[in-house]
Design a protein around this ligand. Structure first.
Ligand SMILES: NC(=O)c1ccc[n+]([C@@H]2O[C@H](COP(=O)([O-])OP(=O)(O)OC[C@H]3O[C@@H](n4cnc5c(N)ncnc54)[C@H](OP(=O)(O)O)[C@@H]3O)[C@@H](O)[C@H]2O)c1
Length: 471
């Protein structure tokens, strides 16, 4: 029997769909899962001459063409190390393990270094698009040795989603952890975008008392314009979903505690450690953290009375607010992207990755969770401006300039109605500060010098100064 072109370990939702995608593009694939029953069920349903399962890891490895390519799609963290440890005694030098899970990039760097000294290849590839993306075409973010990539490219290019021009949503991103780094920042931006959408939903509800399906109608219109995106597309039916276990709408019955698996927090920590302002992403993580303290919030809600509760705006105001909110969301998302790309730029410089930002925006145009019209705008802007920082590209600056006042208006409305706008607020503050010639940091410097003799510089002459303040 012919050997398989590639193998895949880990048959949870992502692995199953990725395996079916690979098979559907004309490749033969072998699959393995720690729990054999899961593999058997999968093969019973989808097995074929070109999609076969093995119960024993040894048989799985032997079913693959040499040099072997093995995708690992298991839970990130120690399970990836466990799978590698079980595979290595069965592999030959020159075989490649490709980690397609959401691994933390330092782990990818470590694993690649460890395996390469033993003569094996290890490659990290971020995969975005959830279950449907994995099946029909995800956005793929590969990083590792470039020669290894050239061997993987035919399969990975075939299974990827397509961008706005019909090209595959995959590009080689750089050495070692570059792919998983880009995927991490993608997820960080996803946190910010989702939080801004949640804030818009909250604002419309708190300021105008709109119901979920009324908000669906507004979001549906947004999805026809510059906010067109996968997330707005799925938000509309979510807002209209009736509760199958009771009266009313399902969204109103869902517990307001947001989960998180860690990629947003990793991005936030990266921003802090590399000294890059990614406040929208950090605030999105904070918003989820606050949401998770439900019991304490319930206790405090009894102790405090929000002075704005019930401050509804007249219905007539809604007609003006709908386009303002659309512009504010657009500006907020542009800031989230500008910040995310700033972080990528800083990391690329420090890690010696040659990231092409136009390509990063392009491969996010399709397949992934943040796929959206805005990514085509960013892609074109980067191409036009030769990958200059997003903030400084004329087309983006003009869009931000135009939406600036709307972002302020919406933040004012948030203040009036007592709606916490974690991300839209951070986006406004960042826009105001990033475009300011003179910030308030002179005051910080004076305080630091006063209490700690930290010294300061002057704007009118060179040198370092210290003052005995008040003496
Ligand atoms: N779900 C998504 O939408 C999504 C999107 C993009 C990326 N990802 C990433 O893709 C990866 C897979 O995600 P998923 O949601 O499909 O699955 P998951 O729930 O993260 O992981 C379950 C899989 O990991 C295996 N596993 C766990 N511990 C193991 C161990 N010690 N040794 C061997 N296998 C072990 C499980 O095998 P058993 O069946 O034997 O338990 C199962 O196949 C993760 O890194 C995830 O973060 C997920």
């Amino acid at each position: 029997m012919a050997q398989s072109d590639i193998g895949l370990i880990g048959l949870a939702v992502m692995g199953q769909n990725l395996a079916r995608n690979i098979e559907s593009r004309g490749f033969k694939i072998s699959v393995y899962n720690r729990t054999t029953k899961t593999m058997n069920n999968f093969i019973d349903q989808y097995g074929s001459e070109t999609l076969e399962g093995q119960a024993e890891l040894k048989d799985f490895v032997e079913s693959l063409t040499s040099p072997r390519k093995i995708i690992v799609m298991v839970q990130a963290g120690s399970p990836v190390d466990a799978v590698i440890a079980s595979l290595l005694p069965l592999l030959d030098k020159g075989d490649t393990i490709i980690d397609c899970g959401n691994s933390h990039f330092p782990d990818t760097i470590r694993r690649e270094a460890e395996l390469s000294t033993q003569g094996f290849h290890f490659f990290g590839c971020g995969v975005s698009g959830g279950e449907e993306g994995a099946l029909k075409g995800p956005s793929l973010m590969p990083g590792g040795n470039k020669t290894v990539w050239e061997n993987l490219a035919p399969i990975f290019t075939a299974i990827a989603a397509k961008d706005f021009s019909g090209n595959p949503c995959v590009t080689y991103l750089g050495e070692n952890g570059a792919g998983h780094y880009v995927k991490m920042v993608h997820n960080g931006i996803e946190y910010a975008v989702m939080q801004m959408m949640a804030e818009a939903y909250d604002l419309l509800s708190k300021s105008f008392g709109l119901s979920a399906p009324e908000i669906a109608d507004i979001f549906e219109k947004y999805n026809e314009g510059k906010l067109q995106s996968f997330l707005f597309e799925i938000a509309v039916p979510i807002l209209r979903e009736k509760d199958d276990l009771g009266e009313g709408y399902l969204l109103d019955e869902i517990l307001d505690k947001a989960g998180q698996k860690g990629t947003g927090r990793w991005t936030a920590i990266e921003g802090l450690e590399r000294g890059v302002d990614i406040s929208t992403i950090i605030q999105a993580v904070h918003a989820r953290t606050v949401s998770s303290r439900k019991d304490f919030r319930m206790q405090l809600a009894k102790q405090y009375e929000n002075p704005s509760t019930g401050n509804m705006l007249p219905e007539e105001a809604l007609i003006d607010i709908i386009p303002e909110l659309e512009s504010a969301l657009y500006a907020g998302m542009l800031v989230a992207y500008a910040q995310g790309f700033d972080l990528l730029r800083q990391a690329a410089e420090e890690m010696h990755w040659e990231l092409n930002y136009a390509e990063v925006a392009r491969i996010w145009e399709g397949g992934c969770i943040i796929r959206a019209q805005i990514l085509n705008t960013l892609h074109e802007a980067f191409v036009e401006a030769n990958n200059a920082p997003l903030w400084s590209i004329n087309a983006i600056a003009q869009d931000l300039q135009q939406a600036w006042l709307s972002l302020r208006t919406i933040n004012n409305l948030g203040v009036q109605s007592g709606t916490p706008l974690f991300c839209l607020g951070a986006a406004l503050a960042s826009l105001e500060a990033m475009t300011e010639e003179r910030t308030s940091a002179n005051f910080i410097q004076a305080l630091r010098d006063s209490f700690g003799a930290h010294t300061y510089q002057r704007i009118d002459r060179d040198g370092t100064f210290h003052t005995e303040w008040g003496n």
